[in-house]
Design a protein around this ligand. Structure first.
Ligand code: ZN
Length: 438
């Protein structure tokens, strides 16, 4: 009986604590639905940052909303990066490190993000979701097992003709709603929070313009991950190799004994590559690295093949380079008249190399997820993030989930619960930083 009473009192106490949390002035879902209507698609190979001017439309809106929520030092840089600072509400804010939160505003160049028409499946009851304006676009249960966890949720998709823009307007909406909840609930204690929304994440380059020092964060999180619970403190390390084949061109009418066609050597290289390299994108997953020829240009005079090298183990990259060089040597032997050059350059390093020294970043995120009722899972990212760039530049930055799925395509989706639980996790996270840093 005593135990029962005790449990009962705890139950009432937690109910009253829960009741004390005031809702945000606008839900994460309503914010998200507004943001996805703004086209912010970035573009490859542009000389400017941001790569598309239209990204300023969302940047300026987010800056205004930050100011309306009382955020300080709000500015939009010439490169379209939105910065702001949420002051802490502790007796001594200096005791808690300033923690940063970053979401990116642009959407992938792969699929249009203009005139996004959202489709909301209310109270989802299971089964495949056929998108209304292109019935060939189907979010199938067998390819999206997480759908089984979303029964009763409101699922948000595009109409089948565009991407949704969950990547990463979910992150934008969640960070903004976290600030809204903190403003409405001064009883939630937190230190200073640095806020940023970035352009051009999808095409790289935006983050190079990020001003780390003035922003003021000691640690940061990108809010740009996928399904609920996915936390990433590891990306793979990346190099790009270029193999160049030098032939000798002349007019084909008078080419006898003179013409050396580099294309045959390049073709032989590709054929041999497929034989010799079993680890390719189409054959690997999880923590397996790969080698991937992704672009080639060929003329008689000069042919060039570009290759991605990706490995979670930094030493693994060395072995991959050796494998490519071995094929180069083999082809050089077979085509002595063609001169073959190999060069490579480092793209980014696995952020785990740095983040292993700051385990609290991941530990607090795990605890914050649990408090939101989300089961955390540490998942390495088969790609780079804005966080890998920032981590390499001295700002340790793991990546947190947003609830989103199927990024960069027409089957992209998120859900009300996905947005709300991700937001709750952020609110919990800033409290945990304050609790643990006393
Ligand atoms: Zn993203």
């Amino acid at each position: 009986m005593k135990i029962f009473n005790c449990l009962f009192i705890t139950f009432i106490l937690s109910l009253s604590l829960f009741a004390q949390t005031k809702p945000p002035s606008e839900s994460a879902m309503d914010r998200f639905l507004r943001y996805v209507k703004i086209d912010t698609q970035s573009a490859e190979d542009q000389a400017t940052v941001p790569s598309t001017k239209k990204q300023f439309d969302l940047a300026n809106l987010l800056a205004k909303e930050l100011k309306d929520l009382g955020v300080q030092n709000v500015r939009v840089s010439e490169f379209g990066i939105v910065y702001g600072m949420v002051p802490g509400n502790l007796a001594d804010n200096a005791k808690v490190p300033t923690v940063g939160f970053i979401a990116h505003m642009d959407t992938s160049p792969a699929v249009s993000g203009a005139n996004v028409k959202v489709n909301i499946v209310k109270n989802y009851q299971g089964g495949d979701i056929v998108l209304p304006n292109d019935k060939t676009q189907v979010i199938a249960v067998d390819k999206n097992p997480d759908l089984k966890n979303l029964i009763g949720d409101d699922i948000i998709t595009a109409d089948g003709t565009t991407l949704l823009g969950s990547d990463d307007k979910s992150g934008c909406a969640e960070v903004m709603t976290m600030i809204d909840i903190l403003r409405n609930n001064p009883q939630i204690k937190h230190g200073n929070l640095a806020i940023a929304f970035t352009p051009d994440e999808e095409v790289g380059g935006g983050i190079d313009k990020f001003e780390i020092e003035p922003w003021g964060a000691k640690f940061a999180y990108t809010v740009d991950g996928e399904q609920l619970g996915d936390i990433s403190n590891e990306t793979w390390s990346a190099r790009t190799a270029t193999v160049t084949f030098h032939g000798k061109n002349t007019h084909p009418g008078t080419a006898k004994g003179i013409l050396i066609n580099s294309m045959y050597a390049a073709g032989a290289f590709l054929a041999e590559f497929k034989n010799a390299i079993p680890n390719r994108p189409e054959t690997t997953e999880g923590r397996e690295g790969f080698l991937h020829p992704y672009s080639a240009s060929m003329t008689e005079e000069t042919s060039t093949i570009k290759i991605l090298l990706r490995n979670f183990d930094i030493n693994g990259l060395v072995g991959q380079e050796d494998a490519v060089k071995k094929i180069v040597a083999d082809i050089q032997n077979r085509y002595p008249e063609v001169k073959i050059d190999y060069e490579s350059k480092l793209g980014y390093l696995n952020m785990k190399e740095v983040l292993k020294n700051y385990p609290q970043l991941t530990d607090y995120a795990i605890e914050a997820s649990k408090r939101a009722g989300v089961t955390p899972e540490i998942r390495p990212i088969r790609g780079g993030t804005d966080g890998s760039n920032l981590t390499a530049r001295g700002l340790p930055t793991p990546n947190l989930f947003t609830g989103g799925h199927n990024f960069h395509g027409k089957l992209e989706f998120n859900s009300r619960k996905g947005l709300e639980k991700s937001t709750d996790t952020l609110v919990n996270l800033v409290q945990i930083w304050a609790e643990r840093s006393k």
